[in-house]
Design a binder for this molecule. Sequence first.
Ligand code: DGL
Length: 273
Amino acid sequence: MTDQRREAPIGVFDSGLGGLTVARAIRARLPSERLIYLGDTARVPYGTRSAHTVIRYARTCASHLAARGVKMLVVACNTVSAVALPMLRVELDVPVLGVIGPGARAGVAATRSHRVGILATAGTVGSGAYPRMIAATSTRCEVVQRAAPLLVPLVEEGWLDGEVPPLVVRRYLADLIAQDVDTIVLGCTHYPLLAPLIEREAAALAGAPVAIVDSAEATAEELAAVLEERGLAREGEGGLDLMVTDLPDRFAEVASRFLGQELSREDVAAIDL
Ligand code: DGL
């Protein structure tokens, strides 16, 4: 039974493409694991919706992956991690890992001034999940949040540089930098693709380097620890199966950029939830 559990895949889901940044970090850290990635491209974005709706969507994604016999579930979406983690942990029989805890802990570890900025979707900011998690990790940290809703469509369009992204990024960062943060946690799956730009603009505004924290690597690290602890780590060659709820062609095209590897339409299955 334990051997069978170990061989089972790990489910990873997100509202769409962005969670592939987390899948990529997991592939790099745990190359022997088999991942099943589900992107709910029919209902993206989640970050502008109510908690009630996000919880409903999260439940259908998680049940689909549970039915495929996953040994663990990684919620790659910050918005889902912010509002639906307790529900998923109660309802599923497998361990569930979100991205907010790892991201918050990495932010606390990076700051020297104990002033941490959070850049995230409106849903994640509204939930207060990052300030709560940071308060649970450190009693000294002050947290400043800023919703950055325009960054998701920019990334979806592949606008990572050029004229417009720096203007938008600067506008969002100004509020955080004005409050003297020395560290910014990228609290949304899509933002790591803009990390070089965010780092550059933040340093220019602050007149000093600002640490930019991406929760993907911290999440992969915590996943490795949980698998080890529970005797669930797999050996041998791993893999990645991709599923989406809409527009698999477009997903394959843009996903190559998120994953840093070439994908074709045949690599992506279309499913109904
Ligand atoms: N995956 C979402 C998150 O990390 C960003 C995209 C969306 O709004 O659905 O919060």
